[in-house]
Design a protein around this ligand. Structure first.
Ligand code: GLP
Length: 244
């Protein structure tokens, strides 16, 4: 694991956006894994800004969405599809056939989850997976208790996660379930870049740094990955004890 502690939130965001852009410039056929959340919003803005500035084409890229709520219409503002359409697809000018979303509208959820895994394999796997982190250390929607070997599956969301994400819903009625790539799925990505900003993430980051393969904080499973980078702003890094 490599940790980058930046001097400001802006710098942290810029570092991650530059990593994505550099990857796409050097490998135009990249497969990128997308995450949602408030943390990612300024990152997607900066990505689009840098792409425009450097005239970067995304035509040959393919994108996989990390997770999605169950039971929401596609155009509902709280859905991740809506989020990604607005913040990634439109700004980057992507076509709908360049991105795969977890197929949450089927009744055969186990079957479609397996099919999603198959699509990932057929695309050659994810080259660069973007991740945020939940306050309880969840990644994607892999809540505490998730297994390291878990694959794309139906998951139950904790009350804490539903509360943290409630601002995306006008009626605060956050779905109780989601379809999420598993930890095992995420670990197969060739590179994983986590962005954490703000004081609300400081405890989770401290825990991540001090524990390994701890089911109560699924992000700790990533520490054994050979190419895992964590980019922090000063607030997210504020509880780390660096013993040099
Ligand atoms: C959701 C997403 C995660 C994201 C997390 C943190 O639960 N499924 O992928 O990392 O929220 O979001 P935020 O950046 O809003 O704190």
């Amino acid at each position: 694991m490599r940790i980058i502690i930046s001097d400001s939130t802006r710098e942290a965001i810029s570092i991650v956006a530059t990593q994505v852009i550099d990857r796409i410039i050097s490998h135009p056929c990249s497969v990128i894994g997308l995450a949602t959340g408030k943390t990612m919003e300024p990152l997607y803005e900066e990505w689009a800004r840098q792409a425009q500035e450097q005239n970067v084409s995304h035509e040959k890229c393919f994108f996989f969405m990390l997770d999605e709520y169950i039971g929401l219409p596609e155009n509902q503002p709280g859905s991740f599809r809506h989020y990604i359409n607005k913040r990634v697809m439109q700004p980057l000018g992507l076509h709908s056939d360049q991105i795969a979303f977890p197929p949450v509208h089927s009744h055969l959820i186990d079957e479609v989850a397996r099919h999603y895994e198959q699509s990932l394999k057929e695309a050659g796997g994810v080259d660069l997976q973007l991740l945020g982190i939940g306050r309880n250390g969840h990644i994607g929607f892999n809540e505490p208790g998730s297994l390291k070997s878990s694959r794309t599956r139906l998951v139950e969301l904790t009350a804490e996660t539903r509360k943290a994400n409630s601002s995306d819903f006008t009626d605060a009625n956050v779905p109780a379930q989601a379809l999420s790539m598993g930890i095992g799925t995420i670990l197969e990505s060739k590179q994983i870049v986590m962005l954490a900003t703000g004081k609300a993430k400081a405890d989770a980051i401290k825990y991540l740094l001090n524990h390994h393969d701890d089911p109560s904080c699924p992000a700790t499973y990533l520490k054994g990955h050979p190419n895992f980078v964590v980019v922090l702003d000063p607030d997210a890094a504020s509880k780390i004890n660096l013993k040099i």
